[in-house]
Design a protein around this ligand. Structure first.
Ligand SMILES: [Ca+2]
Ligand SMILES: [Ca+2]
Length: 483
């Protein structure tokens, strides 16, 4: 493994170069309660599915009042990158702290927990917390892939670990089909009552857990299914938006794909959704964007219920909250719906971390970071005994304690062997297996419209980013699929 490479190549080390002993001088907690400062902190780890950056200052105005409130007391990372822009490999990566190019898990499909030798021998975050004396509680969509019962035992103390699934699905009258006719039952927009949504049931169960007395510190994982498709939510979340005011995305450019390599075009939605729900049918496009916004606001509402319950519980003073999404989401930019690309729209995810009493509360971090960094961050903050596996990320502790701290340490997002993107503060560099590439200056071109790869004067920039490409990629697990 070459996880040290990035750290060694750090361009602006700033505080990261300080000896470890200095770290101890930044207190994590300044809680008035001595008991709280001595006890191991609890952790609530909330995983959203397919929520993009619109709710954390991104280009579109989606309504997330509860996430806004949480941000006031947290650190928000606006350039956090997932390790893989798809549910299963992203989750396999941040739950183990291992990059896809070390595990071979780049795509959905297959069974990563049994078939990747590296993941088989790695400890997930819940497994590590449990081994360190925590009570571990899990509800909802957590790993995306099923785990064997023996391994579930090592992960979670509670039963049942109700997951629930993506439903309810739209009825036939609300579905849209492409000529490829592959949508089956999920491509539609429809309202349903609260009682039918697993997110409501799972959030309520987690609130119930917070209302109980616990004699051990806890690690809670709540996985919400929204805003992932289908675009079904209770009616009041659709009503938060005036459908007349929904606009096509600012990042959409009709000829945007003209300067994109063929390999990238072939990654785009195989279901043909943009053909029937995009520029050829703008009213329906807006209707589906409305659906995504409603589902985002619905997820936000469940987040709000959980945060409010924590505030009113015995644990408010000594609980870390981590809120993230497994991948981003296109709503039509680059003629594409959903994820599965290596551009910002898929790779950048919301990441919000609240530490009680931190001096950095309410700050926003623009340095590039990765979900890969969450595992070492929690090991660091909770003083856990190290896991069995080597971790690929680095602790984000400085960002969480020191307002204004920044560093330009590029982070990786991959979708297969030699199919990888490097995101630095200013640039995104993407390299495809056939040797074609893209380079974007995201500071002057936030929607990645102008591929600069052929600009000779930027060759040094390309070379600098290529230094971060792993020298070897673990062979991809068989049976994977990129959708
Ligand atoms: Ca996802
Ligand atoms: Ca373009």
């Amino acid at each position: 493994m070459n996880e040290g490479t990035i750290g060694r190549l750090m361009k602006t080390p700033a505080l990261a170069a300080l000896p470890l002993g200095i770290l101890a001088s930044f207190p994590i907690y300044s809680c008035s309660s001595e008991k709280a400062s001595l006890a191991k902190p609890n952790v609530i780890f909330v995983v959203l599915d397919d929520m993009n950056n619109f709710g954390i200052g991104g280009p579109e105005k989606v309504k997330t009042p509860n996430i806004d409130k949480l941000r006031n007391s947290s650190v928000t990372f606006t350039r956090a990158n997932c390790s893989a822009p798809l549910c299963m490999p992203s989750r396999a990566s941040f739950f183990t702290g291992v990059y896809p190019h070390h595990s071979g898990v780049y795509t959905n499909g297959g069974d990563p927990w049994n078939r990747s030798e590296v993941l088989k021998q790695s400890e997930t975050l819940p497994e590590l917390f449990k081994r360190n004396g925590y009570y571990t509680f899990g509800r909802g969509k957590i790993y995306h892939a099923k785990m064997e019962e023996g391994r579930i035992e090592r992960n979670f103390d509670n039963r049942p670990i109700f997951e629930g699934g993506f439903g309810p699905f739209p009825d036939e009258g609300h579905r849209v089909f492409s000529e490829k006719d592959k949508f089956v039952n999920f491509w539609g927009v429809q309202a349903f009552p609260d009682s039918l949504f697993p997110d409501v049931i799972n959030t309520s169960a987690t609130i119930n857990f917070l209302n109980q007395k616990h004699d051990k510190p806890f690690f809670v994982t709540l996985g919400l299914w929204r805003p992932h498709t289908p675009f079904t939510a209770p009616q009041r979340f659709f009503d938060m938006y005036n459908s007349e005011e929904i606009e096509i995305p600012k990042g959409y450019l009709a000829n945007d794909l003209d300067d994109v390599p063929e390999f990238a075009i072939n990654l785009l939605d195989p279901f043909g959704r943009f053909e029937v729900t995009g520029a050829n049918n703008v009213d329906r496009w807006k209707h589906f964007i409305h659906g995504y916004y409603a589902c985002t606001s619905f997820a936000d509402w469940n987040v709000g219920r959980l945060i409010d319950a924590l505030k009113q519980s015995d644990y408010a003073e000594n609980t870390i909250i981590v809120l993230l999404s497994d991948n981003g989401f296109h709503v039509g930019t680059k003629n594409h719906w959903e994820k599965n690309t290596l551009w910002d729209a898929s790779a950048i995810v919301p990441l919000i971390i609240q530490i009680p009493g931190s001096h950095a509360r309410g700050t926003t971090v623009q340095s590039p970071v990765g979900l890969i960094d969450l595992y070492p961050t929690l090991v660091d903050l909770c003083k856990l005994e190290s896991p069995k596996q080597k971790l690929d990320g680095v602790s984000l502790r400085y960002f969480l304690e020191k307002p204004g701290y920044s560093r330009d340490q590029p982070t990786l997002t991959s979708l297969g062997e030699n199919l990888i993107s490097i995101r630095s503060q200013k640039y995104r560099y993407i390299q495809y297996p056939d040797g074609t590439a893209e380079l974007y200056d995201t500071e002057i071109d936030p929607f990645e419209w102008n591929n600069l790869i052929n600009k000779k004067e930027l060759t040094p920039v390309v070379k600098e980013h290529q230094k971060y490409i792993p020298s070897t990629f673990m062979k991809e697990l068989p049976g994977g699929r990129r959708n």
